[in-house]
Ligand binder design. Structure first.
Ligand code: PMP
Length: 333
């Protein structure tokens, strides 16, 4: 059996799970990379470790220093845990609209949590800009210094996935992977895995999965950043081309609505025992669309980003779903 050397070594090397329902539905083999099994509970543990390790290697992060980041929550949880394991402090800036469970978890992990109103990126009060300003202040005043993790535009994020997640997927399927799809927040997961897979198998098809309210589907299809609609999913959707996404080898894009994604989340829980968050539903919905584009007999991989217990007050709350005009499954009532 696999024995890991402490928390940091427990990040990554996650199982690849064949999703039986989506595979039967399409005649393809659809697999989910079980990133919700990372010790901090999400795919973002990998980015957190890669960013912190890179800052240490560059001599930017000194013992006792502070890591500052703006995040939808999961990167903050990963950073706070990595910081605990290595003796750093964390200041986490998050839009107040994110789930209560993620806020509680961040405080539990010891992060200094600063909640800000959810405003667009072009507003100086956006959580990303607030976190940059706090990092600049602390870098000047803290005796041990501070860094801004800058997950959106820090290429250490996608390099972490290029070095670990991508090669793991390739090895787990003995190279027999026809397509990969996932949604993007920073784009680190999609771009890093795309780069790793294309290096090993140039004809692998890479498809960006986009929720409503995100501008990247239109960017890939027409070259223009344009968003329509909304989504209750957290951690995904983007209005700009981040540094992690620039020049990523992406072949195509699909759009997945909440109305398509949520029944998939519920089916995976009821029929397969997988308790997942909303972005995993968007990803599996996209994998089903890619399977239909390619036809039966193909192997398609996506990401199971985080677990559903992080969204009990939202995704799995009938009152919340009704308020958003989304269908409520009978068994949830
Ligand atoms: N799903 C969830 C739940 C997330 O928190 C994130 C990260 N914001 C993503 C997907 C997207 O990952 P990435 O930032 O690598 O694009």
């Amino acid at each position: 059996m696999d024995v890991r050397n402490g928390f940091l070594d427990s990040i990554g090397r996650t199982p690849l799970i064949r999703l039986n329902g989506p595979s039967a539905l399409t005649g393809c083999e659809i697999y989910g990379k079980a990133e919700f099994l990372n010790p901090g509970g999400s795919v973002k543990d990998r980015a957190a470790l890669a960013i912190v390790q890179d800052a240490i290697d560059r001599g930017q992060l000194r013992p006792g220093g502070t890591i500052v980041e703006g995040t939808a929550g999961n990167t903050g949880i990963g950073l706070a845990l990595v910081a605990n394991a290595l003796g750093f402090r964390t200041v986490i800036v998050m839009p107040e609209t994110q789930s209560q469970e993620k806020k509680d978890m961040l405080r539990l992990c010891g992060a200094d949590l600063r909640l800000v109103p959810a405003v667009p990126f072009k507003d100086p009060g956006n959580y990303v800009h607030v976190s940059r300003r706090i990092a600049e202040e602390l870098a000047a005043t803290e005796p041990n210094g501070a860094i801004w993790a800058n997950q959106f535009d820090n290429l250490a994020n996608r390099e972490g996935h290029r070095r670990t997640t991508g090669p793991e997927i390739y090895a787990q399927l003995d190279g027999k992977v026809d397509a990969f799809t996932c949604a993007t927040g920073t784009g680190g997961t999609l771009a890093g895995i795309a780069l790793a897979l294309k290096e090993r198998k140039p004809d692998v098809k890479i498809v960006l999965a986009d929720p409503m309210g995100s501008a990247l589907f239109s960017w890939k299809k027409t070259g223009e950043l344009k968003a329509e609609g909304t989504s209750i999913t957290e951690g995904i959707g983007q209005g700009r081309v981040t540094a992690n996404l620039v020049d990523a080898p992406i072949d195509d894009a699909v759009q997945v609505t909440d109305e398509e994604a949520l029944p998939i989340v519920f089916d995976l829980l009821k029929n397969e025992g997988l308790v997942l968050g909303g972005s995993s539903g968007i990803n599996v919905g996209a994998a089903i669309k890619v399977a239909r584009m390619l036809g039966p007999g193909h192997k398609i991989v996506t990401i199971l980003c985080d677990g559903g217990s992080r969204y009990q007050s939202k995704l799995f709350n009938p009152a919340f779903l009704r308020e958003k005009g989304l269908p409520v499954p009978d068994w949830l009532e």
